[in-house]
Design a protein around this ligand. Sequence first.
Ligand code: NAG
Ligand code: NAG
Ligand code: NAG
Ligand code: NAG
Ligand code: NAG
Ligand code: NAG
Ligand code: ZN
Ligand code: ZN
Length: 584
Amino acid sequence: MHLSSLLLCLCLGALANCAAGSQWCYTGCEHTPSNWKDISGSFCGKNKQSPINITTSHVKIDQNLRNFTFVNFSSQHIIKSIKNTGHTVKGILKDNEAEVSGGGLNGTYSTIQFHLHWGDTEHHPGSEHTIDGHRYPMEMHIVSLKKGVPQPTEDSEGIAVLGFFINATDDGDMSGPWSTLTSYLTNDTDSEVDFNHTLSINDLIGNVNLAKFYRYMGSLTTPNCNEAVVWTVFQEPININKNLIQKFPMKTGLTNVFRPAQSMNGRHVYASPATPLPPSHPWCYDDHCEYSPSKWNMIPQSHCGGKSQSPVNIEARNAVTDEHLKAFSFTKFDEKHAIKYITNTGHAVKCVLKEDMLEVSGGGLGYDYSTLQFHFHWGSASHDSEGSEHTVDSHRYPMEMHIVNKRKDLSLEQAIQTPNGLAVLGFFIEAADAPKSSGGGSEHHEASPTSKPTSNTDAWKKLTSYLSHIKDISSKADVAEEISIEGLLGDVDRAAYYRYNGSLTTPSCNEAVVWTVFKESIKVDRNLMMMFPTHAGYRNVFRPAQSLHNRTIFTTASAPSVPGPVTLCLLLACLCALFNNLPL
Ligand SMILES: *[C@@H]1O[C@H](CO)[C@@H](O)[C@H](O)[C@H]1NC(C)=O
Ligand SMILES: *[C@@H]1O[C@H](CO)[C@@H](O)[C@H](O)[C@H]1NC(C)=O
Ligand SMILES: *[C@@H]1O[C@H](CO)[C@@H](O)[C@H](O)[C@H]1NC(C)=O
Ligand SMILES: *[C@@H]1O[C@H](CO)[C@@H](O)[C@H](O)[C@H]1NC(C)=O
Ligand SMILES: *[C@@H]1O[C@H](CO)[C@@H](O)[C@H](O)[C@H]1NC(C)=O
Ligand SMILES: *[C@@H]1O[C@H](CO)[C@@H](O)[C@H](O)[C@H]1NC(C)=O
Ligand SMILES: [Zn+2]
Ligand SMILES: [Zn+2]
């Protein structure tokens, strides 16, 4: 008697613990998406996770991705019940009736359920996958298990999920299949409601072209995030009335039920032959490709022929002093683990930062910006190489570093279409042992005091040590070393800079950039600088200067510089001498 009640307690205790341990949510609990990896037994921190952002310019056609075969998808009696699980709304299908095969799937999959992901009542979109950064209002997942596989969640292709984007229209059918489905929405998470209407899966899919889809290997998008899913994401969305979309957050009380995009970690996305992909427009800096810099303006949809293009030659003498160009405020630039990975884009070496970590404001920008990435432009591997994009009084520096920031209140998509959507901070890079001042310009060196100790060598050594890992174009390496932007910048003066409105310096050259070009250069060991062209395998990756047209370049007010008063004294002394010598 006592023993059995003790056992019962232990069992209940275990169950309670188990339930508490597996609790997860999208917001408002201990295990939000960024902490799902800490749930015991979960795979959420692994490297083949879903969802992802699909970058269409990187997608390759796979001829093996032929049409799907669907069984009983047009059956009007396939849906057994509807359930609010507390995380989503799920349509549970009758056992062993609907099936999917073909579409490049290896085997036949038995379809068991569909469910949805959505945003909130404020019209924020909530699809899980995104296409070139675009998030659709909703996403439907149709889940099927591979037949003949005893443990589908433990097989790398044990589960096939068909993902459909849902797009909001202003005036769609308010009485069709989706209206029927929404009539079952409830905030009651306990009950499973029998489905008493005639409705097929094909009714929900509508007229989406099922021959156009993307394919990649990934995971379940909720804990335990098992990496067992062959993903199909259809290119065309299901269009439904926006008022029906609103019913999902409103009637269920669940909002923003989607997981953020996960890293690709070297995975590829393929597409079926019928999927339209953006034409690839090979551009380069030399003339060994279809579009050399003088032809970038002919790349379809590019802005490279616009009137506010970058880079430019800065004529120091003509820069107009602007008192509003005050000090910048840099947030977390000293963070030593901010770099997510370093990659060789084929045009530059780029360090992609962790999202929403670093910020830039002040500096006369007028908005808060979040820092996305930094990258480099360089010349050749020779000692007198010149490879900066901007030039000052026609003087080209050996290298230029660009720190790219996006206005916090805009999505990337919006930012590249807004005149000040992006703020790029440009720093010239010179050899640490470079002789003081060279080339035509001298004024721009005025603000920089005599050469300083290079305190940033350590950071540059660590950064360049990764270049040998990314020799292949499109390759990338995780950055484990402690490297901060602050460490790379060292003690370079950030109060003296030029400001003008310009563009991205690579296609599509969007005129969305507020440019800051700092006057003082970062000093880096010459041998470390030479590693960029040597390891990347290409050189002279800078765009020639663009015409200023009627733009003005502004400058910070020159600091009360030491030479000023001295010069004045000398001048007075001269005048005195002059007067003294005059035979008055
Ligand atoms: C399709 O559904 C019907 C019942 O509606 C069922 O009899 C049939 O077996 C199903 N087809 C397959 C291939 O499972
Ligand atoms: C296809 O699936 C079968 C059975 O699950 C498996 O043995 C085989 O390796 C798979 N083939 C490929 C190409 O993945
Ligand atoms: C989404 O719906 C809007 C109308 O609300 C329409 O203009 C747009 O073309 C649709 N997008 C797609 C990809 O069908
Ligand atoms: C659930 O919805 C009903 C109306 O359909 C409402 O009265 C109730 O307050 C809601 N419950 C919660 C917890 O939101
Ligand atoms: C695949 O499906 C598309 C549209 O559903 C159709 O136009 C095409 O003919 C199909 N291809 C084959 C080989 O059946
Ligand atoms: C950039 O353009 C905006 C108008 O779009 C203007 O208000 C601003 O003064 C310009 N800034 C500079 C530095 O030219
Ligand atoms: Zn899902
Ligand atoms: Zn750049």
